[in-house]
Ligand binder design. Structure first.
Ligand code: R7I
Ligand code: MG
Ligand code: MG
Length: 297
């Protein structure tokens, strides 16, 4: 969770084109701290909801998402409209398909999925995928959005359990349903087996670097696994050089990386610059405790 917030806050200044960057240069700091964006806000909402309800409660989630919405956190345009509809009293089921008829295929469901992977880490792959799709559905009902979200949640859960790259790619491929994701996972697996980190330009061209889930989820998985044995800063530098949707690719990759390496491997100087770091650490602690209690550990 802390990895996700760091990737988000430190990736955000590099997201998108000239206009987005200019806007974030004005919004990106508060009281000298690095602000995080919608990626972290929705992650906080998911964790608070899971801790309060002890299960996926879609109505509770929808209301938390809607209450937390602030334009200044850089939400995707479709998600912003869905959340404003829910805030006005519309049921999330209809709001979710009001903007895009099949629901959004953006990566907004995947960016909050690591939280679900952590909470359900000890459950079966199928249960993790099901819970994640339910959490995504409120704003991201499109099959490619929920599939990407399930892959990111599962990658985070598997990283927690110490699975190696081979095992991870195998389990992720079993969870994938569409040709689009399977082909990208096969490519990532071949690159990881070769050993050398592939140039960011090639990764962006072949796995994607965009705001669509299909253009960013496997990219994040690849980055996290390729940099497993490197520092957090090396991973961050790589995700920045991918360009495109940097905050979200960095957030998802850093969440998986953090679940694998542990909080003590995150750079202290960057954590000190993070907005509301204490609150995030407290919430992460509550989540860890809840997962431990649940599993009787
Ligand atoms: O997916 P979403 O929440 O955006 C998340 C991104 C992350 O990068 C955050 O950091 C934040 O910057 O935004 O937002 P959506 O608006 O649901 O989806 C993102 C974009 O994908 C939309 O604004 C559309 O441009 C596109 N898109 C679609 N276009 C056509 N048809 C998503 N779904 C569709 C669709 O069905
Ligand atoms: Mg964002
Ligand atoms: Mg983004």
């Amino acid at each position: 969770m802390l990895g996700l917030a760091l990737g988000d806050a430190f990736g955000a200044p590099y997201e998108g084109g000239i206009l987005e960057r200019a806007l974030w240069s004005m919004l990106g700091t508060s009281n000298g701290k690095r602000r995080w964006t919608d990626d972290t806000q929705m992650t906080i909402d998911v964790i608070e909801s899971l801790l309060a309800c002890r299960c996926v409660d879609q109505n509770d989630l929808a209301h938390r998402f809607a209450r937390s919405y602030r334009w200044s956190r850089g939400y995707g345009p479709g998600a912003a409209k869905v959340l404003k509809r829910i805030r006005r009293g519309e049921a999330w089921e209809s709001a979710a398909v009001a903007v895009f008829p099949q629901g959004s295929f953006g990566n907004g469901g995947a960016m909050r999925a690591p939280a679900v992977g952590l909470f359900f880490a000890e459950n079966s792959d199928a249960d993790i995928a099901r819970a994640t799709r339910d959490v995504a559905a409120i704003t991201h009902a499109h099959p490619l959005a929920s599939e990407g979200a399930a892959l990111i949640a599962l990658a985070t859960a598997l990283a927690c359990s110490g699975a190696d790259n081979n095992e991870m790619l195998h389990r992720l491929s079993q969870c994938a349903e569409s040709r689009e994701y399977l082909d990208r996972l096969t490519k990532a697996r071949a690159w990881l087996e070769e050993g050398e980190v592939v140039a960011p330009r090639q990764v962006a061209a072949e796995l994607g670097n965009g705001i669509a889930a299909i253009e960013s989820c496997v990219t994040a998985v690849y980055a996290a696994l390729a940099f497993r044995n490197y520092s957090f800063d090396a991973l961050l530098e790589f995700t920045v050089s991918l360009r495109g949707d940097v905050d979200t690719i960095a957030a998802m990759a850093s969440a998986i990386w953090g679940a694998d390496r542990g909080a003590d491997q995150l750079p202290r100087e960057r954590l000190e610059q993070l907005e509301r770091r204490d609150d995030l650490e407290r919430l992460a602690g509550s989540l860890a405790e809840a997962v431990g209690f649940r599993e009787g550990r």
